[in-house]
Design a protein around this ligand. Structure first.
Ligand SMILES: NC(=O)c1ccc[n+]([C@@H]2O[C@H](COP(=O)([O-])OP(=O)(O)OC[C@H]3O[C@@H](n4cnc5c(N)ncnc54)[C@H](OP(=O)(O)O)[C@@H]3O)[C@@H](O)[C@H]2O)c1
Length: 268
């Protein structure tokens, strides 16, 4: 049985690899020796930069473009991957997009776009990629803490990620016999474009508040999340499946009303 952390000889497909967590994951996997298919939606130049970093790490790969909320585009992307490789060992779903709205503001097109991408895209990609995967295969989906906690204007993405976590559990159960694992990584607040977009003009203050609420005293980097994904897709993680690995610097450990109490007891 394979062991350790090397991904030499393996092929990975990372969605949303033009930026943020997906891009860092592509770099990480390449650093462990995997060839990487770098998927993007609109930002071709950014994806080209990721591929250049994959190559700089001594590996190789290719670019794949698709709007993953569109089933035809997703199928065409998988066909393009198949033209390059008949083998896929690692599938990482990092792509996501949403409208940050209160429940009252959500319109049918917001719902359709978010769910078609985050839930529909995952289900279809897994279905179409599975024939290329065999024993030792790894599926990782990036979820988020909006599944466990309520965050302002996050009902749409949080509920979609909740579906992702449940789907991954079923997948783990169904694929275990094939030697394939399926897990989620759930990031806390990570310094990427989407976190900046979420907080808007309040980003600097948001970062300060969040950092102070973590155990480790800072917000996360895309590399922090990539390292956790790197573990889950490694041979060493063969016995870990159906799990949600929280990568939040201890943010979820905080209980706000209690945090305001003095660190040491008031009794003399
Ligand atoms: N950042 C955080 O604090 C945080 C926290 C919890 C969970 N997450 C999750 O982590 C994952 C990565 O987030 P991030 O912050 O790294 O995001 P990001 O920097 O905003 O990147 C989003 C990625 O998704 C791609 N994408 C957007 N719409 C798409 C579509 N319709 N079809 C296909 N791809 C599409 C983008 O492609 P283009 O660049 O080509 O547009 C980009 O590569 C997401 O699933 C997000 O929900 C992030």
């Amino acid at each position: 049985m394979e062991s350790g952390f090397s991904l030499a000889g393996k092929w990975a497909l990372v969605t949303g690899a033009s930026r943020g967590i997906g891009a860092a994951t592509a770099r990480w996997l390449a650093g462990q020796g995997a060839r990487v298919a770098v998927h993007y939606h609109r930002q071709r130049e950014a994806a080209q930069a990721t591929l250049a970093q994959v190559e700089a790490a001594g590996s190789s790969g290719l670019l794949l473009q698709a709007d993953l909320s569109q089933p035809d585009e997703l199928s065409a992307m998988v066909r393009e991957f198949r033209a390059a490789s008949s083998q896929l060992d690692i599938l990482v779903m990092a792509a996501a997009a949403t409208a940050f709205k209160s429940v009252a503001e959500i319109r049918p097109h917001h719902l359709a776009r978010t769910y078609n991408l985050v839930v529909g895209g995952l289900v279809q990609l897994v279905q179409e990629a599975l024939p290329l995967m065999g024993p030792g295969g790894r599926v990782v989906a990036v979820s988020g803490q909006g599944t466990a906690f309520t965050l302002p204007r996050y009902a749409l993405l949080g509920s979609a990620k909740g579906a992702v976590e449940v789907f991954i559990r079923y997948l783990a159960r169904e694929l275990g016999g094939l030697g394939i694992t399926a897990n989620c990584v759930s990031p806390g607040v990570i310094d990427t474009d989407s976190a900046r977009f979420y907080a808007g003009d309040a980003y600097a203050a948001f970062v300060q508040t969040v950092a102070a609420s973590t155990a480790v005293g800072r917000i996360g980097t895309a590399e922090d999340v990539a390292a956790a994904i790197g573990f889950l897709v490694s041979p060493a993680a063969a016995y870990v499946t159906g799990q949600v690995l929280v990568v939040d610097g201890g943010l979820a450990l905080a209980s706000p009303p209690f945090m305001d109490l003095p660190a040491s007891g008031a009794r003399e």
